[in-house]
Design a protein. Structure first.
Length: 241
């Protein structure tokens, strides 16, 4: 390629980029530095060290899972409101809960409390398939559309009551509950596969709860480990539930 042609192609590429930015499109890596800082300073520095989990947290664009007016806060060390009285969890908590269930590439995962879809997106990078349930219809439909748009095609979203789990797709190797019930729902324990791991915040509404890791052995026996105090929005039920 001669230098004149190379210069012309370079100019065309530059003009195309300018036009794209002028139409409101953001460069693909505009939040990459913030995302890497989030992982380094908020997650790895606090002891999360599973390399697959850290890689997923670096990859998934958290700013796409918060309202547009909050995107500049997407990588801050805090939960953020996403509408309908719900929140997207603090990045460290998402990473911690993900690491606790020790996701494997062959696993099938259930998430209770889709929210904006962020936790499901992180899990989708680490397991074979994610089934996720959201009670709030608007949030669930928005999350489904967002996940599809971003290419997370191994996630299936259902609108419904997460207390009941998803019996048609059970058992699950991994269950992640992203809102706090006052007790661990029995259907979720029943739907946990032998050798499976369930992480859930348990406790009273709008108070300090306890993050628990529940493991089921090959004989169906359950073992509960108390991990840390946390504060989550309550896990709500349908009126009939």
């Amino acid at each position: 390629m001669n230098s004149r042609r190379a210069f012309a192609l370079s100019c065309l590429a530059w003009l195309g980029a300018c036009a794209q930015q002028g139409n409101g499109a953001e460069p693909a890596d505009s939040f990459a530095a913030a995302r890497n800082r989030m992982v380094d300073t908020q997650i790895a520095a606090r002891g999360v060290d599973d390399p697959r989990v850290l890689a997923a947290m670096r990859e998934v664009p958290r700013h796409r899972f918060v309202p547009p007016e909050l995107q500049r806060k997407a990588y801050s060390d805090s939960p953020l409101p996403i509408g309908a009285g719900q929140t997207i969890s603090q990045p460290y908590i998402v990473a911690l809960m993900t690491e606790l269930v020790r996701p494997r590439a062959s696993d099938r995962a259930l998430e209770v409390g889709t929210g904006s879809g962020y936790q499901a997106a992180v899990l989708s990078r680490l397991v074979r398939h994610v089934y996720t349930i959201e009670l709030e219809e608007t949030l669930g439909r928005e999350a489904d559309a967002r996940l599809r748009e971003l290419g997370y095609d191994n996630v299936t979203v259902r609108i419904g009551d997460g207390y009941a789990g998803w019996p048609e797709e059970a058992p699950f190797d991994v269950i992640v509950v992203t809102a706090a019930p006052d007790h661990v729902p029995q259907p979720l324990l029943d739907q946990l596969a032998p050798g499976g791991r369930l992480v859930v915040p348990v406790g009273p509404t709008y108070s300090v709860q306890e993050l628990q890791l529940i493991e089921k052995d090959a004989n169906g026996r359950l073992r509960t480990k108390r991990v840390a105090p946390v504060r989550f929005v309550p896990l709500r039920r349908t009126e009939a539930g």
